[in-house]
Structures are given as C-alpha cells and as structure tokens.
Design a binder for this molecule. Structure first.
Ligand code: 3PG
Length: 315
C-alpha cells in the first residue's frame, strides 16, 4: 500500500510527453488539476533522458504516453507517488521498480481504443488500394479479418469491420470464446487458426515476456495468398528477421504498421508491400488525447485525494 503524504504545499504534476498531446487535451488536463489546486509542469518533445530526469525531480505525480519510466527516472523522482500512462500499454514502465519506489502505476484502458481502431482501417484501405498509386486495388468487403486479442482496441476493430461488411474472426488467449461470440465475432481456437482462416490479421496484443517476438514465420506463413499483417500494437511482438525472410520468400504478403520496425531500412526494400508511418500514431487524435489525458488527470486526483487505485497495474 502506497502512503499518500499530506502536505500544505501544492501537489506538482509533470506531463512528460515526447510525443505531445493536442493543445485541447493539455488544456483539459490543466483544468482538472486547477480545480484540485495542483501545479502543472509540461515537458514536451524532449530529446534527452536528462531533461526528463531533471523535470521529474519535484513531481508528486507524472502523466506519460510511451515515455520510458525506468529505475533511473524513479530514482530521480524523489517525491513521486503516482505515474499514469495515458493509454493502454504500460510496457514502458518498469513496474517492479515502481513498486520498489513505492510509486503507484496506472494506465487508462479503453480511452484511446477507437482512435487506434480507426487507424487500422486507414492503413488497410491504403494498402488495399495500392498506396493510392492509381492502379486498381481491392475492397475490404467480404474479406476475412482476424483480430489477435479481443481487448478494447480489438473490440472496436470488430465493430468497425462490420461496417465494411467484413467477416470477423478473433482469438484471445485470455478472453473466453463466448464473450467473443457475444460480440458477433467468430471465435477461433488458437492464433495459428486465426492466421490460417484470415485474409488479414490485425494485432492487438500487448508487449509482454510471452508475446515479444511471437509473430514470426510460424504464424505469418499461415496467412493465405495475398495475406496482410497489420500491426498497431507494438513493434516488439514481431520477430523482424523472420518476417523479413518471409516477405522475401512470399511476394504475395504485405505488412503495414504505425510502429516503425527496428529494421525499417530492410523492410523498405519490399516496395508496394510494406508501409510504416514515421511515428506511432494510432492514438494520435485530439479525441484520444483528451479521453486518455483527462482520465489520467482524474485518476491522479482520485488517488491523491481518496486513495483510489482502480486502474493500478503494479499491484
Ligand atoms: C497505447 O498503448 O495506448 C497506444 O499504443 C498509444 O501510445 P501513444 O500514447 O504513445 O501514442
């Protein structure tokens, strides 16, 4: 249990976002903290870790996006009581170190899910229409879309896919088949079956010890002819050498992502079959920034004032 210290001094919140929130989101976040009587500092577009180490020194609370919070950052943050990742994946926080430093870590699940899901279809239309190069492409209608992991993003992808009249399948090791079926989606028994039975597979798994490097030759080679892999999850889940080798062997396969692979230069040789956005941008909408940022702000105030730990991830 983390002790929330009482003090006459104002609570100080640092918003540290290498990739900034929209202005409207920052304004909304500040309003929540103004109402609570907290001070807010903003560190955006920082380029050196040293800037974060310096800025976090006197922070009682921290809001981040994909910014890395490791033991060094926690060592520097002597006053820190809570860090909230405004978003879903919290693989950028060293949870054990947070616990060791008596810091509560939280995420804001679901708040940016629609934004990520919409981008999946942006990427898919773009690749299906041959990157808008003027040649005849193909449609999404009646194609089989396999969703790997049926969390908040996966569910939004399923909802939108139905609007495209796609056939939707899903597999989630931690979500029972009846829950998937209740959403009007065909549940399959394994990731291997999902790749076998889908024209397109969209990844929505977190980066964990279990999932890192898990998407490689064994699974992707099961995609039928003309298969497309779309990744708006994490680059770490891809076994890049294996995917590169497979793309070289199978000229029908395509890979589209908003998370630039480490081997981007090698993937780039597959012109017309590979696309990455320059920056991770699934959650880069004003709405997602507002939803996740303001949720993070409320979670901080609720924790500091009332000890609410509902979204704690380092229990
Ligand atoms: C998430 O985990 O919430 C998404 O990947 C968004 O990440 P971002 O805040 O860095 O855009």
């Amino acid at each position: 249990m983390v002790n929330v210290q009482c003090s006459m001094e104002k609570m100080k919140v640092l918003i540290a976002t290498e990739k900034p929130f929209s202005g409207v989101a920052v304004k909304g976040i500040k309003e929540v903290f103004d109402a609570a009587g907290y001070e807010v500092a903003l560190l955006e577009k920082y380029t050196e870790k040293a800037q974060l180490l310096d800025a976090v020194k006197d922070a009682d609370a921290l809001i981040i996006r994909s910014d890395k919070v490791d033991a060094e950052v926690l060592d520097a943050a002597k006053q820190l009581k809570i860090v909230v990742r405004a978003g879903a994946g919290y693989d950028n926080i060293d949870l054990a170190a947070a616990t060791a430093h008596n810091v509560v870590a939280m995420n804001t699940p679901g708040q940016n899910a629609n934004s990520v899901a919409e981008l999946v279809f942006g990427l898919l239309v773009y690749v299906k229409r041959n990157f808008f190069n003027g040649t005849s492409g193909t449609e999404l209608k009646a194609k089989r879309l396999g969703i790997l992991a049926f969390g908040a993003v996966g569910r939004n992808v399923a909802r939108i896919a139905k609007g495209f009249d796609m056939e939707v399948l899903a597999y989630d090791a931690y979500c029972p088949a009846d829950v998937i079926e209740a959403a009007g989606v065909k549940a399959v028994g394994s990731a291997a079956e999902l790749f076998e039975q889908s024209d397109i597979v969209s990844l929505h798994i977190p980066a964990t010890a279990e999932t890192k490097q898990s998407i490689g030759r064994e699974l992707v080679s099961k995609l039928p002819k003309g298969g497309i892999l779309v990744n708006t999850a994490r680059k770490e889940v891809i076994n890049e050498p294996e995917l590169l080798a497979l793309l070289a062997e199978r000229e029908d396969l395509k890979y589209v992502t908003d998370i630039k692979p480490d081997a981007d230069a090698d993937f780039a040789q597959f012109e017309g079959r590979y696309f990455t956005t320059p920056k991770k941008m699934g959650a880069q909408t004003s709405e997602a920034n507002v939803n996740a940022g303001i949720a993070a702000a409320h979670q901080i105030v609720d924790f500091i004032e009332k000890g609410v730990t509902k979204f704690q991830v380092n229990k």
